[in-house]
Design a protein around this ligand. Sequence first.
Ligand code: GDP
Ligand code: K
Ligand code: MG
Length: 270
Amino acid sequence: MEIALIGNPNTGKTSLFNNLTGSYEYVGNWSGVTVEKKVGVFKNNIGRLIDLPGIYTLNPLSKDEGVVTSFFLNESVDRLLNILDASQLERNLHLTLQLLEYEKPVLIGLNMIDVANKRGIQIDVKKFSETLGVPVVPVVARSGKGCDMLVDVISTKSLQPSKKNLVYYGQEVEAAISEITEIIAGITEQSTRFLAIQYIEGNEYVKNYLAQMADSEKLNDICAHLELTLKQEYNIKSLASFIYLKRKEVIEKIISDVLLKNDAVIPLTE
Ligand code: GDP
Ligand code: K
Ligand code: MG
């Protein structure tokens, strides 16, 4: 089983990686960039863990960030372990929403619980998990607290992709998503909804990927038409900013639902 570790920069990926894996199977660089690639074997031998570079979005701004998107397009990974900084949920969840759209089983490691608690941030983990439709395990990656539980959950045979479409992008975008998914259905193993949304956002890696298999002119026409419609109707800057704002609305709602206002303590397994 291949599991990819993914999250924003400085969320504790390396700390978690070191806690979960015993030996390194591979250490080198990702192709084309000087970003370290590390693959480790889980201590309990359930499979391999791939440490991906920290990113904020799958629509890359740099070649370094593009490593993750290329990985998503070209490799087959069984499960995603998404590490979140509990004290920076709002920023972190933009990536999470995109990962859920990728339609592979996702497990959330909710890290920096100690930092969040010190800042008075308490998260209703059960509700958070129900809202996202995937398991959420609170951890302190630096000390290893919660890591056993994380391994237990990621070893579960029945781990499924989230059945929820968390972000509804509005009638116009959803219509364009349907048109694109219809065109690319059957030509790729990857989630067509994920690819369609990323295409609309202007993800160059996804555009190049699909150009090898589908009629780019048709796809670009759909996006150009959508952009024109949205600009007229909502006075938006770009398709990317529209998509970003839709995700932001959902994130704000999620956070207002899962943040505890009282002093309830999040249980941590030793
Ligand atoms: P990466 O950039 O995602 O690989 O994150 P690192 O594993 O390098 O961690 C970034 C910093 O956060 C380091 O100084 C870690 O020691 C620290 N850190 C990681 N996990 C935790 C945690 O759960 N609590 C606290 N307080 N610090 C942590
Ligand atoms: K770091
Ligand atoms: Mg790191």
